[in-house]
Design a protein around this ligand. Sequence first.
Ligand code: ISC
Length: 282
Amino acid sequence: MIPKIAPYPMPAQWPENRVHWQLRPERAALLVHDLQLYFLNYFAVTQMPIPQLLSHTAQLLDACRELGIPVFYTAQPGNQSPKDRALLTDMWGPGLPDDPAATAIHPSVAPQPGETVLTKWRYSAFQRSNLRERLNDQGRDQLIICGVYAHIGCQLSAAEAFMQDVQPFFVADALADFSEEEHLQALNYVVARCGAVMGTAEVVRALHNGPLTRGALRAELATALNLSTDDLDPAADLQDLGLDSIQLMLLLERWQTRGLQVTYGDVAVSPTLDTLWQGLPE
Ligand SMILES: C=C(O[C@H]1C=CC=C(C(=O)O)[C@@H]1O)C(=O)O
């Protein structure tokens, strides 16, 4: 069974990455792995590392939502039938009861409307789910992974992402595990065998400060307009889509720090994606 988990400090350092992948907002998706009350309740949730796990996951969610990066959750179902659960029962017992007090995702990091919650049947989020297809459909080949438990489902989801040509970014201080030792073991495994390990602050910086591309700008604009990127016609007048001048000025300011040469005067009369895109790489 899952052990009662003693508090331990959130790792503050981890080994150097072997790979030199660049995390990009237009390539990335976020996986919030099994942050259900059932699995969190084996911790003393008010003690380390859980407050940091939840606050760092919230920071990742804020950044991804602001930048139009797709968010995926996994959540294991309650009352799994013996047929569905199979060998997990031999290892872990019957699993979650069919009770929201167990199956619900922690309210501080709960899914928002439109975000995907994948039903989780095995350690890896890719097993018996269409996660790979969904990433493909959205042109995402980088997966940011946070949640519990680091050395089980988080690590195996990272390994399976790697085996399916998706670059896993394992967020060292947005994970938790049965012990500090197993948490660190998971970080060492991912660094050495299947992915990149980064801290939450580093992930948020990489997502916000990378060189601006047309894809990244379109995703941020679509999010600001509460549209899907496909619904954002490059020739459409953004004022007609609800973008006001203050929003436009704030977005331009942020994009100019990332290399956009366009000024408010250049686009104010008829702001379209096409005019904003001037001079930006694809
Ligand atoms: C949170 C996870 O759930 C697994 C680990 C312990 C117990 C489990 C269970 O009762 O089914 C899960 O298989 C994970 O894969 O990291």
